[in-house]
Structures are given as structure tokens and as C-alpha cells.
Ligand binder design. Structure first.
Ligand SMILES: *Cc1c(COP(=O)(O)O)cnc(C)c1O
Length: 430
């Protein structure tokens, strides 16, 4: 029977973990069905415990730009782990990684390594509040910045998928200082900053949104964020946890040539291990303990295995510059998807930049949260399962980004294009 072992494991998992998973979207609730349990990952494939292989376009939700089990990363990790797994004291590796990141992101003059993206954004907000002495923060609808209380308001990702814009357990008082504005809406942003900009500690944004599906920024929008925050003395935080080392080596800020005051990184920067970064202008980062009054710490921060994997990944990206090729491969795939959809008369919108994209089942262009939400999630679920059936794993939610890695080769892409064609065909007859 198909999925036999996965189904049995899922039943056991549900007894001990909410929804049977350790992060909500993994449960397949948004698309229905049973998640497959993974036995191993290899290059651009995931192999499940029942022996089926899938071309993987989730890539662990972004980190795996080099694919699964990249031989150089694995070799470096094996060597590192022989020397012990955590020390709780400084290492040369941390210095090397910090230097590399500051070179790649010139706006980051000083940084801290932490263990998750949630920790990075939460800490960046605390630093911005400590540095400015202000309370309010501005975020944008559909942007996800981890699950800290004050950022879990109209957030994307799992929060969007499940239509729980405000999580239970977040006190009203905490959310009160968070102002949520529509993405890409220059006018509303300018009006808000003109009236209360002086109370705003930080404006936090995904400079390319990935957590309501991929939504590209209008350049005037990013420029308005930079100009207004500068004028009002607020800190501009770019959450580049997806886009850092993904859309370009130097992230979205290098593509659009806009320098934020602070930056958060995660996903790729950990090379498949739990590692994230917050950093920015030296003057701001000097308010972090032990230099300044803002406290932030972590037992496993700068973990030598995670740092080794991250450093090796970044070195490979710098050495090989795979970005033009990744873009080309991704463009070719999205063009094939568009062609199949036309062939079978299925209305879709594809938002793509570099090696990330989303196929929205939507008649109109998707430019913000409200247009993303008008997508047909039932059609997406149908599309998702048709692909899965044919050995292609897309994100199990309409509101997530798909990713390519350097490991996605001609053969895998040919399998994918054929599966896409079959999926579009079955949608046209359903
Ligand atoms: C994934 C993500 C986070 C949260 O990172 P975790 O490591 O899952 O805590 C924050 N911001 C963005 C933009 C993300 O994509």
C-alpha cells in the first residue's frame, strides 16, 4: 500500500506532538492528506520511508540552496563534529563567519549569531527599541518574521495558511505596539509615518516577501521605507532570512541597492543547521550586552557545527557564483509552468525572482496580502497532490515559496515539467 509506513508513523506522531509535527505547515492541513515521512535527502530529492522519491522544491523551506547532503558541506561537518559539538567559549570559526557575512552585506558592520530566525527578528526589534527608546513597530500584512508575540500579527506563512492572523496567547497589550500596514502601499505608509513616525522604533519588512507566497516589492515602496525611517529616526530592519544568499549573494539589499540599518539572516546562512543572524550599523549593535544595555544571549549561539556548515555553504556560493544559472533554470521552469497552464486553460499567476517562485491560482496579479488571499486554495491543493503523486514535492500550502537548488539538474526538471503538465491537465478536467 502506498504511504503505508508514513501513515503509521503519522498516527503515532499525532499522539505525542500537536498535529503530529514540530512546525505547523508540515502537517499538510492546508492541502489535506498525510505528510510523507523522510528517510533521507540526496541532491534535489527527498526519499520517503516507503521508498518513493520526490523532486524537492521545498528545500527545507529555503536553507538548502546547495541541495541535500552536499558532499563538501557534509565532509566539513564530519570533520568538525570529531572535535566536539559545543564549547560555550569563542572559536575562530565564528570570527570567520562574521567576517564573511559583513563582507557580503556591507550594511552589516557588527552582528550576533543566534539559533533561529525567530530569535534573530525578536532580538533585532529589542535592539531597535533599546537604541531608540521607542515602543512602536511597523510591519506589513503577510510578512512573517518568526513567532515572537509582537510580530505574530497578520503574519504570513503558517499563520496565513491557517487563517489565524492573531495567535491565541498573545496579550493585547503586546500586539498594541505593532502597527500593521499593507505591503507595497507607499501612500498608507507615508501617511502613517507622517503622523506617528516619531514614536516608531523600527520598521521591519521582507524586502522580497516569501511568506504569503512570493510577492515582489515595488522599488518605490522600499525607497519610501528607507527615506521615511531616516527622516523619523526609526530603524529600518530588512528581514532577509529567506532572501539573504538566495536572491543574490548580498541578498535583496544588494539587488535593490538599499541599505537598511539592521538585517536578519537565517535559513541558508546555517547550511542546514539551526543558525541565524541579526546585525547592522556598529553604533546600533553596540547597544547589545556586554557593550550596552540590551540583553540577548544563547547557550548554543555560534554552535561550531552549525557555523562550519554555514561557512562552508557561503564559501561555495562565493566560489561558484551559481546565481545566474539558478535564475536561468528557475525561469525555464516557470515558463514551462505558464505554458502548461495555457495549454489546459488554467488561470495562474507566477511570481518569481532568482531561484524562488510561487504559482498562485488567481486571475489577477498578486502584489500584496489581500490579492494573495484571493487565490483558490482548493485548486492549489489539487495541483499539489497531482504533483506529489508524480514524484514532485511543492510547498504544502498556497502561501509559501518554492525553491530551486544548485542540485536541481536537467533530469529532475524534466520529471517536474511532465508532472506539472499532468497536474494542469487534471485540474482542467476536475
Ligand atoms: C523562516 C523565516 C523566519 C523565521 O525563522 P525560523 O528559523 O523559522 O524561526 C523569519 N522571517 C522570515 C522572512 C522567514 O522566512
Amino acid at each position: 500500500m502506498a504511504m503505508e509506513r508514513s501513515k503509521a508513523l503519522f498516527e503515532r506522531a499525532k499522539k505525542f506532538m500537536p498535529g503530529g509535527v514540530n512546525s505547523p505547515v508540515r502537517s499538510f492541513r492546508a492541502v489535506g492528506g498525510t505528510p510523507f515521512f523522510v528517510g533521507k535527502g540526496e541532491s534535489c530529492y527527498l526519499c520517503d520511508v516507503d521508498g518513493k522519491r520526490y523532486v524537492d522544491f521545498v528545500c527545507s523551506w529555503g536553507p538548502l540552496i546547495l541541495g541535500h547532503a552536499h558532499p563538501e558541506v557534509i565532509a566539513a561537518v564530519k570533520q568538525a563534529v570529531e572535535k566536539g559539538t559545543t564549547y560555550g567559549t569563542p572559536t575562530e570559526l565564528e570570527v570567520l563567519l562574521a567576517e564573511k557575512i559583513c563582507q557580503a552585506f556591507p550594511s552589516v558592520e557588527m552582528l550576533r549569531l543566534v539559533s533561529s530566525g525567530t530569535e534573530a527578528t525578536m532580538s533585532a526589534i529589542r535592539v531597535a527599541r533599546g537604541y531608540t527608546g521607542r515602543r512602536k513597530i511597523v510591519k506589513f500584512e503577510g510578512c512573517y518574521h518568526g513567532h515572537a508575540d509582537h510580530l505574530l500579527v497578520k503574519a504570513g506563512s503558517g499563520a496565513t495558511t491557517f487563517g489565524v492572523p492573531n495567535s491565541a496567547g498573545v496579550p493585547e497589550g503586546t500586539a498594541q505596539d505593532t502597527i500593521v500596514l499593507p505591503y507595497n502601499d507607499v501612500e498608507t505608509f507615508n501617511e502613517t509615518m507622517d503622523s506617528i513616525g516619531d514614536e516608531v522604533a523600527a520598521v521591519i519588512v521582507e524586502p522580497i516577501a516569501g511568506n504569503m507566497g512570493v510577492v515582489l516589492p515595488k522599488i518605490e515602496f522600499l525607497k519610501a521605507l528607507r527615506e521615511q525611517t531616516k527622516k523619523r529616526g526609526s530603524i529600518l530592519i530588512f528581514d532577509e532570512i529567506i532572501t539573504g544568499f538566495r536572491v543574490a549573494f548580498g541578498g535583496a539589499q544588494s539587488l535593490y541597492d538599499i541599505k537598511p540599518d539592521m538585517t536578519c539572516l537565517g535559513k541558508i546562512v546555517g547550511g542546514g543547521f539551526p543558525l541565524a543572524v541579526y546585525g547592522g550599523r556598529k553604533e546600533i549593535m553596540e547597544s547589545v550586552a556586554p557593550l550596552g544595555p540590551v540583553y540577548q544571549a544563547g547557550t548554543l549561539s555560534g554552535n561550531p557545527i552549525a557555523v562550519t556548515a554555514g561557512l562552508k555553504t557561503i564559501e561555495i556560493l562565493e566560489r561558484d557564483n551559481p546565481y545566474p544559472q539558478l535564475e536561468q533554470k528557475t525561469r525555464k521552469l516557470t515558463e514551462a509552468i505558464a505554458e502548461s497552464s495555457k495549454e489546459f486553460g488554467v488561470n495562474i499567476q507566477i511570481n518569481q525572482i532568482a531561484s524562488m517562485f510561487t504559482v498562485f491560482f488567481n486571475d489577477e496579479p498578486v502584489t500584496d496580502y489581500s490579492s494573495a488571499k484571493r487565490s483558490d486554495v482548493n485548486l492549489y491543493a489539487h495541483f499539489f497532490h497531482a504533483l506529489l503523486e508524480n514524484g514532485v514535492y511543492f510547498p504544502p500550502s498556497q502561501f509559501e515559496a518554492a525553491f530551486l537548488s544548485t542540485a536541481h539538474d536537467e533530469q529532475a526538471l524534466a520529471i517536474t515539467q511532465e508532472a506539472i503538465r499532468l497536474a494542469m491537465k487534471s485540474i482542467s478536467t476536475c
